[in-house]
Design a protein around this ligand. Structure first.
Ligand code: NDP
Length: 675
């Protein structure tokens, strides 16, 4: 069989492995499969290519252009999934493991594409938070913006998810506008290389946006500068070595790490055998022990159950593990495949032995090599369950991550004790609790939140739609404190911001409007050539303003509105009662009456480019309006967002003022406008 040559893509060239390439064996057969690395890569040329070619091209695009690019990439990868599945079996993964890695990776890119379009501006500057009022008269204001880092993102990935592991970092990086150099773990780099080829061959990415290092990174980290960022997933040992690189320290290079994690799952004190929730707990733990043969950063390593339930959990879990068919992942009926390599198996067995020095093995036998299909047992291992009787004094079980189908059960006395045990992992990616009790959930959130990047609660209500203890979702933050690396990835736009610099901006309203592309109150108001509702999306300028005429609000209006809508609240109807209310001088107009009158003042009634009123944000009523007061409206184009080729969203800043120019109400109106 000819060996796959896992190439690198450096400065626009595919470079085949060199003389000192590392061999890669199939996890199923143990036979040589591929070779990677050993080529003499010019790291400085790669960095320069990313910084000088990829970065400027990506920054030339706005968030929405990059989001569209991500969607196209996800579709392209989706069309080539079968190729990636076919390759992935040799990593030891089953078809359902591929669904997590490959489909999960593609799905993650789709989510970032959609979030980029929906939650980020149709421009190049991201605005973080509200305008800060720094002056009495509003001529000097503050805001926070985020702009893309102007360096390169170096992604160093773990072996367990060759596709998802790359894409969960790449999607937010590209959306931010930053080029990436991806370095997959060598053991599964042939799958990553195939996915990178699909993306590069598609021509969707601008030149320089994506490069690949198959094999070692040489002196890459020694050459990074203050605008660069490293995102790492792997062992705590490697993370610690890389993050203490003197050049990384000297230049304050951002280093995002996701590393070992002794994730825990707690069986709630309210859950007993024979209930749906007990079965749910067993199902979740079993899934986390066997998916990817336990090689998941989020796998459940510690099972924390009420002391009275420990034996019941051992029995139920053992019965379920007994039914798990382990063997060649291509074979029919196989549910769990191999570890990634014989070397990884040695590591897992050593760590299991260490755990066994303070816990009793209650399920499994490392010497059992009876597997389904014609396989080399070198990388296969059956699940092992340990019982730790003294979890308060034990240490290894809370510190040592056996990265395979290995888990330890321990008993707890009460929920405070369960929290204490969960926190003994000193920082994890996820802890889960199966409970129907809101009180237990609240106690865990308060007691364990600071120690875990994600808390996953599940019960009979949520189980059908829940996504699983072990599934990091692109919408949610993935990472954890302490042992888990202290980093954070994904979490929607939060994950994009890791690749951007947040900058505090101070200046006049006009300056802030120019920088952000959003009209800031106090900035110049532009008078357009016609009523803004008669102007197409493309014709409207930021700051274009309509000032309406004024109308009086009468007692008859208030009465009519009250009886028409049925809103006869005393503040509108009963003078004496209204006066007793500290907020009102007398009967006042309904807030909704004012909004309705405002629409009556600013709309242009004829058919035109305004297609729909899609909402209203940040509504505040500041000053009551009494009968006899009058009101007028100012409507200003605050922001514009393209939605399709036919229409876009216009965000209008609306203020209602009274006869003394005092602010009565303020809000943002959203309309869909034709091009
Ligand atoms: P490593 O830390 O050895 O490797 C992780 C990544 O770092 C790989 O891409 C690896 O490349 C790279 N790397 C290693 N040394 C260097 C270096 N000197 N310079 C640059 N890059 C380097 O982890 P493994 O993938 O081998 O897994 C080992 C253990 O880590 C597992 O058994 C498990 O305990 C833990 N782990 C934890 C994960 C988590 O998310 N919690 C995920 C994966 C692993 P290469 O493969 O070429 O050496």
């Amino acid at each position: 069989m000819t060996l796959m040559k896992v190439s690198s893509f450096a400065a626009g060239q595919w470079i085949a492995p060199g003389a000192n390439a590392r061999p890669i064996a199939s996890a199923i057969t143990g036979l040589p499969l591929a070779e990677a690395g050993g080529a003499d890569l010019d790291m400085q040329a790669m960095i320069d290519y990313a910084r000088n070619v990829g970065g400027p091209a990506l920054r030339e695009m706005g968030f929405h252009d990059r989001a569209k690019m991500l969607k196209a990439l996800a579709m392209e990868l989706g069309q080539h999934k079968q190729e990636l599945y076919d390759l992935s079996f040799d990593t030891g993964a089953t078809q359902s493991d591929h669904m997590i890695d490959i489909d999960g990776g593609v799905g993650t890119v789709f989510v970032f594409a959609s979030k980029g379009r929906r939650e980020m501006p149709d421009g190049k500057v991201y605005i973080d938070g509200e305008i800060e009022q720094l002056s009495r008269n509003g001529t000097f204001l503050g805001m926070h913006i985020a702009t893309p880092l102007q360096g390169v993102a170096v992604h160093i990935n773990a072996f367990n998810f060759p596709v998802w592991g790359m894409l969960e970092k790449l999607a937010p990086t590209l959306l931010a506008g930053v080029p990436a150099i991806v370095k997959p773990a060598t053991a599964t780099s042939y799958v990553t290389e195939a996915a990178v080829r699909i993306m590069l061959d598609s021509g969707i990415l601008p030149e320089g946006a994506l490069q690949l290092i198959s094999g070692g990174t040489g002196d890459l980290l020694d050459r990074l500068g203050p605008q660069d960022i490293v995102s790492f997933t792997g062992s705590a040992q490697t993370a610690s070595m890389l993050r203490s690189n003197p050049n990384i320290l000297k230049n304050s290079v951002r280093f995002v790490a996701e590393q070992d994690s002794l994730n825990a799952s707690i069986l709630g004190p309210d859950v007993t055998p024979g209930t749906t929730e007990f079965d749910l707990f067993i199902k979740e733990v079993h899934r986390e022990m066997t998916t990817k043969a336990g090689q998941k950063c989020t796998a459940i390593r510690r099972i924390i159950a009420p002391e009275a339930q420990v034996q019941n959990v051992i029995e139920a879990l053992s019965a379920r593990l007994d039914k798990t068919v382990i063997g060649d992942p291509r074979a029919e009926g196989v549910r769990m495949g191999a570890l990634v390599s014989a070397g990884q198996k040695t590591d897992v067995l050593q760590k299991a032995a260490a755990i066994g020095s303070e816990s009793k093995m209650v399920y499994g036998n490392p010497d059992d090599i009876d597997f389904e299909g014609d396989v080399d047992p070198g990388a296969f291992v059956k699940p092992m369950l340990f019982h730790c009787e003294n979890p308060d004094t034990a240490t290894i079980v809370h510190e040592c991550e056996a990265f395979g189908p290995v888990s330890t059960i321990m008993g707890y006395r009460d929920i405070a004790h369960a929290i204490e045990l969960a926190n003994k992992g000193e920082g994890s990616l996820v802890a889960s609790v199966i409970t129907g009790s809101g009180e237990v959930a609240r106690e865990v959130a308060m007691g364990a939140g600071a120690f875990h990047g994600r808390l996953y609660f599940n019960n009979a209500t949520s189980m059908k739609e829940s996504t699983g203890h072990g599934s990091p979702l692109p919408h949610m933050v993935h990472g954890g404190p302490g042992r888990a690396g202290g980093g954070e990835e994904m979490g929607g736009v939060r994950g994009v911001l890791h690749y951007m610099q947040r900058t505090a901006i101070q200046g006049s309203p006009d300056i802030l409007t120019s920088i952000s592309g959003r009209w800031v109150p106090g900035a110049t108001e532009i008078t357009g050539p016609a009523h803004p509702f008669t102007r197409k999306y493309g014709e409207l300028s930021i700051g274009e303003t309509l000032n309406t005429k004024s109308r009086e609000v009468t007692l008859a209006d208030i009465e009519k509105f009250a009886h028409f809508t049925g809103d006869t609240f005393y503040a509108h109807m009963d003078s004496e009662a209204a006066k007793r209310n500290p907020f009102f001088p007398d009967r006042v107009a309904h807030g909704y009456l004012l909004l309705s009158f405002a629409a009556g003042l600013f709309v242009e009634p004829n058919e035109g480019p305004v297609l729909a009123n899609t909402g209203l944000d940040n509504l505040r009523f500041m000053k009551p309006v009494e009968a006899g007061d009058s009101m007028k409206v100012r409507l200003t184009v605050k922001a514009k967002t393209r939605r399709t080729d036919e229409y876009g969203e216009v965000r209008w800043h609306v203020t209602l003022t009274n006869q003394d120019d005092e602010l009565v109400a303020e809000y943002e109106l959203l309309t869909m406008n034709a091009y």
